[in-house]
Design a protein around this ligand. Structure first.
Ligand SMILES: C[S@@+](CC[C@H](N)C(=O)[O-])C[C@H]1O[C@@H](n2cnc3c(N)ncnc32)[C@H](O)[C@@H]1O
Length: 274
């Protein structure tokens, strides 16, 4: 059956629960089309059939849509700023903090955050909820085994303290660093958001979404933050409508929940993860 891209997206949502409407259409269509052709399907109807019948094809499709590129301490200067300025100010006086690493990919982001918590806030108890839409990448994150190329921003001291090298030269995260991290499947476009976060890290994923979807995501994240909570975004990202969304820009890439919209945020909050 011939079908256009809009129908294809509707079917994907109906059958697999993934909402492709929130993604920037041109980019997404180009990526899906190139994969579709390389797999020998000539139109979206035929391709949909392949995805339904062959789990391998579905995995490949998900891989193409999600783009899992990540690394430890991605943009190291920004992570240093987080570690040395933003967090000491925001976590001052706190005995316990809750962090959400949204779209965490292979775990390098939540593990980087855990290393900072261990090193800079030894007396603070912390919980990191790390979520992604892609189950396969979450499995890889739980295993925590990495090629040296992903570790170029990890200091030798941290490499020694938090990793063990195996016989093949791969680096495995020590079990102790995993104890405060829980990995869960969560779709930013479909699932409900948790609440009570001191810090939300959402980097290099909203770039794939439409402006309306970005607005919706940041509105929900605002509601998910504690009154003094901070949102940390990607190096190439910027929230232009931050005031309207209830954020105060504390510096580039860091936004704090503003006091005047607290009530609206608390009322709109959802519950599930966290
Ligand atoms: C480029 S990676 C970013 C990883 C990490 N945050 C970083 O900055 O290095 C994008 C991640 O977003 C995830 N993703 C894509 N669409 C998503 C959605 N709708 N909900 C949750 N995660 C999604 C992908 O599976 C992928 O792991």
């Amino acid at each position: 059956m011939k079908m256009d891209f809009s129908q294809f997206k509707r079917e994907i949502y109906k059958r697999f629960g993934i909402n492709l409407d929130g993604y920037k259409e041109k980019q997404l269509k180009r990526r899906i089309k190139s994969l579709m052709m390389s797999q020998g399907a000539s139109d979206f109807g035929e391709y949909l059939k392949m995805l339904i019948q062959d789990e391998n094809q579905w995995m490949k499709f998900l891989d193409k849509v999600t783009i899992n590129v990540s690394e430890f301490f991605r943009n190291p200067d920004i992570f240093s700023y987080l570690e040395n300025t933003i967090l000491p100010e925001s976590f001052e006086g706190k005995r316990q903090v809750k962090i959400w690493s949204a779209a965490c990919s292979n775990g390098s982001e939540p593990y980087s955050l855990a290393m900072i918590m261990e090193d800079v806030f030894p007396g603070v108890s912390y919980e990191i909820i790390a979520t992604d839409i892609d189950e396969n990448i979450l499995d890889a994150a739980r295993k925590g085994v990495y090629d040296v190329r992903m570790l170029k921003n990890v200091t030798p001291r941290r490499l020694k303290k938090y990793f063990t090298q195996d016989d093949e030269g791969l680096y495995k995260i020590n079990e102790d660093l995993k104890k405060n991290i829980s990995y869960r499947k969560h779709d930013l476009l479909v699932d409900k958001y948790g609440m009570g976060y001191d810090l939300i890290v959402c980097r290099n994923v909203t770039i794939y979404f439409t402006k309306e979807t970005q607005f919706d995501i940041y509105t929900k994240m605002n509601a998910s933050l504690k009154p003094d909570g901070v949102l940390f975004i990607g190096a190439t990202e910027n929230i232009i409508q931050h005031r309207e969304l209830g954020f105060e820009k504390i510096s580039h890439w860091f936004y704090k929940k503003s006091a005047y919209l607290l009530q609206r945020g608390d009322e709109k909050n959802g519950q599930v993860i966290g």
